[in-house]
Write a protein that binds this ligand. Structure first.
Ligand SMILES: Cc1cc2nc3c(=O)[nH]c(=O)nc-3n(C[C@H](O)[C@H](O)[C@H](O)COP(=O)(O)O)c2cc1C
Length: 347
């Protein structure tokens, strides 16, 4: 299997990044990638929103935008998989190329702009799958929409029956003006409308924010989420910042940066968020996770769950097993029998 992955990696690394992504989806759809059958170490089990997950490592939104392969992704060993962002209407997104590898930095820059098949296509696929595993649905707004909050309502209402949790993604940097929805008044209005619209459904609702949020922004975001008794916050999306340490020739491409260069920033913003949330609801840490140590840092900074995407571009599916093994070893070394004992330990 290792040889298979090495060959596949070599091939994928030579291709344009978006073509490689398309091939990865096709491979998953065809069942070409063997599922990971080894049970997770019991210490990695984690409880959230009344459910118990075998491990806290999730696939972040953006990989399976159209809900084509959630079960195959769960089969790679993820404890949870988030599909989307799903927009109400299909849209093409930005012109290609719009996805770039920064190999020297183990980073990625994307300016996809929510390309996708739209709500009906995602819905049709989700309706067909058996409700096993833990699959979140991430919802976005169409670029041309005149009432973006209405797009989140439309998406959440339609997808709630098929989601183990819903995410309002108000932090993509590639849809002009979207991040303005993180402002106090706009965010409160949007989340209240969504909450009211899905009030009858017992699905946790979380918001995904940018790692570029200032301390004042975080004060506002957390105040709104605490007021509305939201179920969680994901910290976070890609960053518009460019750390001076970047070496890759592609570092000047417009778009959101993810992967290793995002790790420290996103963990710091997670920590600041956790300090403000005071354990009123769980947090999901996302940004630059490529090892058990990265995941552990996010958990200690206050995350109950951790997500990743970019590291998969470089390390492929064996990454998931490695991170889980490293995380279990770290817990053991610290004398902890369960992950829950580590959540927020650094706060
Ligand atoms: C190609 C690409 C597409 C993405 N698309 C989405 C998206 O549609 N919705 C979303 O909420 N986040 C999206 N993201 C952000 C990721 O979910 C994640 O928040 C970010 O990449 C940081 O995690 P990472 O460093 O592990 O990649 C995307 C990221 C990448 C690299």
């Amino acid at each position: 299997m290792a040889v298979w992955y090495t060959l596949a990696d070599l091939l994928l690394a030579r291709l344009d990044a978006e073509t490689a992504h398309g091939l990865a989806i096709r491979a998953l759809r065809s069942g070409l990638l063997p599922a990971q059958r080894q049970a997770d170490p019991p210490s990695l089990a984690v409880d959230i929103w009344g459910r118990s997950l075998p491990n806290p490592i999730g696939l972040a939104a953006g990989f399976d935008k159209n809900a084509e392969v959630p079960d195959a992704c769960l089969g790679l060993g993820f404890g949870l998989v988030e599909i989307g962002s799903v927009t109400p209407r299909p849209q093409a997104g930005n012109p290609r190329p719009r996805l770039f590898r920064l190999p020297e930095d183990r980073g990625v820059i994307n300016r996809m702009g929510f390309p996708g098949e739209g709500l009906d296509a995602a819905l049709a696929r989700l309706r067909q799958r058996a409700r096993t595993g833990f699959v979140g649905v991430n919802v976005g707004a169409n670029k041309e929409s005149t009432d973006r909050a209405a797009d989140y309502v439309t998406g959440c209402v339609a997808l709630a029956p098929y989601a183990d949790y819903l995410v309002c993604n108000v932090s993509s940097p590639n849809t002009p003006g979207l991040r303005n929805l993180q402002g106090r008044t706009e965010l409160a209005g949007l989340l209240k409308r969504v909450q009211d619209a899905i009030a009858g459904q017992k699905v946790p609702l979380v918001v995904k924010i940018a790692p570029d949020a200032s301390d004042d922004d975080l004060d506002d975001i957390v105040a709104v989420c605490r007021d509305l008794k939201m179920d969680g916050i994901i910290i976070g999306n890609t960053t518009l910042s460019r750390p001076p340490s970047l070496r890759s020739g592609r570092k000047g491409e417009a778009g959101g940066l993810s992967g290793a260069p995002l790790a420290a920033l996103s963990t710091e913003v997670l920590r600041k968020t956790a300090q403000r949330v005071e354990r009123q609801f769980p947090l999901i840490g996302c940004g630059g996770v490529s090892s058990g140590a990265d995941a552990y840092a996010k958990i200690r900074a206050g995350a109950t769950l951790v997500q990743l995407y970019s590291a998969l571009v470089y390390d492929g599916p064996p990454l998931v097993r490695r991170i889980k093994d490293e995380l279990a070893a770290l817990l053991k070394r610290e004398g902890l029998s369960s992950l829950s004992q580590a959540i927020g330990a650094d706060l």
